[in-house]
Ligand binder design. Structure first.
Ligand code: ATP
Ligand code: MG
Length: 445
């Protein structure tokens, strides 16, 4: 029972965020926006169209789409029963299954193949650590209805361009092929035989996987298992001519474009639905969480989820990990820049300030209008702290003359110097000044 209010009651408990789920604070907004703008431009550059699916789906979208015997479905999903109707719902742990669900539901492939992209938060109940959170952002692309190695190659060139656009170095491409279903079945038998012979050397997780999904043993992160895994039969040695030709086709595109890669026969990826090409982009700059992007072909998935069979492939990248790389570069250039801070005081000044500020915004300038109390001195302090390029000052004299005082806040040479500009000329005058100051900065950009 709740106690009646009394004044000696301790202060209310703090309300922390959920463990592993982070706030994006304003100080980081510039960095996120820089990344998001880059992503949008990058997607347009390759003709990908955006798709947004709900964050909540019926749980079976993921159990069917990701596979029952995966880390995600076995232990990482936020699943609950809707209190009103008892339906089992899940916060999306990834977006491929939802995209395929939507593509089937809206029959998006009836007019031919589609290049799609998405961006947004995903949810996985993992142990939070550097680069691993319970809510995290992914950018992903899905190319649906394309069968040949050309689209695989294009997707990899695309990633390579993104790292270049973002100015990120030291992200290496690792590549493998998982062959077709028959080749994987053959490999599976060889793996079961091999790991059964070394049963005592397997950790508990791997012993369980030996029964359920032996391929996943190769994905184990347990250092004690690595030597054993190193000696296991390689799928690459078992794949037939057709799978090999596809793999060779992808590699040729990379070689022609001069994109370096390394074949990693141990690369299997965490999800069940992959075939043929699989890849990861990895860096050694992020500690244990070094994979910034992973993907591959999942030709069986659309049919598995109830659609008309169609080949597909995709990738997803971890946004927080990429932002950490951007931050490590230590550049300051991500702060959004305000153009003008409008300072005003005295009779009629507020009305004039509103008119001037809206006029500048009409001209496309970013304007901070001083709101609240404060004399000129206090307002100037705020103007300086805002990072704006110019202060526009409106007092009683300025209202009488219909002219504002304009003061540069950035350039040393203009320090203290004020210019009077008629209200009606302000948009043109400031636009020109701002263009000029951009030119001055251009070699720093
Ligand atoms: P890992 O082996 O690190 O768990 P994964 O195979 O589960 O990765 P994917 O499902 O392929 O990862 O997701 C694609 C990318 O999303 C990863 O390469 C990573 O950059 C990012 N990612 C995955 N899980 C998380 C997480 N919990 N927190 C932050 N980023 C993540
Ligand atoms: Mg994982």
């Amino acid at each position: 029972m709740t106690q009646p209010n009394d004044s000696s009651k301790p202060k209310a408990d703090r309300l922390p965020s959920v463990r592993g789920m982070n706030d994006m604070l304003p100080a980081e907004a510039g960095l996120w926006e820089f990344f998001e703008d880059s992503i949008r431009a990058w997607m347009h550059c390759y003709g990908y169209q955006q798709i947004r699916t709900p964050i909540l789906e019926h749980t079976r979208v993921f159990t069917r789409g990701i596979g029952e015997v995966t880390d995600i479905v076995e232990k990482e999903m936020y699943t609950f029963n809707d209190a009103l109707n008892g339906e089992s719902l899940t916060l999306r742990p990834e977006n491929t299954a939802s995209v395929v669900r939507a593509v089937i539901e809206h029959n998006l492939l009836h007019e031919g193949p589609k290049r799609l992209w998405y961006y947004g938060p995903m949810f996985r109940h993992e142990r939070p650590q550097r680069g691993r959170y319970r809510q995290f952002y992914q950018v992903g692309v899905e190319a649906l209805g394309f069968a040949g190695p050309d689209i695989d190659g294009e997707m990899l060139l695309m990633c390579n361009r993104l790292w270049e656009d973002l100015g990120l170095e030291n992200i290496q491409l690792q590549l493998n092929t998982l062959g077709n279903a028959e080749e994987r079945a053959q490999h599976r038998r060889a793996l079961v035989e091999y790991f059964t012979a070394h049963h005592d050397a397997l950790d508990e997780d791997s012993q369980r996987r030996l029964q359920t999904n032996p391929l996943r043993i190769l994905d184990s992160k347990n250092p004690a298992m690595q030597a054993l895994i190193e000696g296991a039969p390689k799928l690459l040695d078992l794949v037939g001519a057709e799978s090999r030709a596809h793999f060779e086709g992808v590699q040729k595109i990379l070689r022609d474009a001069g994109v370096p890669y390394k074949i990693n026969p141990r690369l299997v990826r965490g999800l069940d639905y992959y075939n043929l090409t699989v890849f990861e982009w990895v860096t050694d700059q992020l500690g244990a969480q070094g994979t910034v992007c992973g993907g591959g072909r999942y030709d069986p998935l659309i049919a598995q989820m109830g659609g008309k069979p169609a080949p597909a492939l995709g990738l997803a990248m971890g946004v927080e990990r990429i932002l950490e790389l951007l931050k490590a570069r230590g550049e300051e250039g991500y702060k959004p820049q305000t153009d003008v801070y409008v300072v005003h005081q005295g009779a009629g000044a507020q009305a004039a300030a509103f008119r001037v500020a809206e006029g500048l915004r009409d001209a496309g300038l970013d304007v901070l209008l001083h709101c609240g109390e404060g004399g000129f001195k206090a307002q100037f302090k705020k103007a300086d702290a805002s990072g704006a390029a110019f202060a526009v000052v409106i007092g009683e004299d300025e209202v009488k003359q219909q002219k504002a005082s304009v003061k540069s806040l950035r350039e040393q040479s203009h320090d203290g110097q004020q210019v009077k500009v008629p209200f009606k000329d302000l948009p043109d005058y400031l636009s020109e000044q701002l263009l000029g100051s951009e030119d001055d900065d251009s070699d720093e950009a």
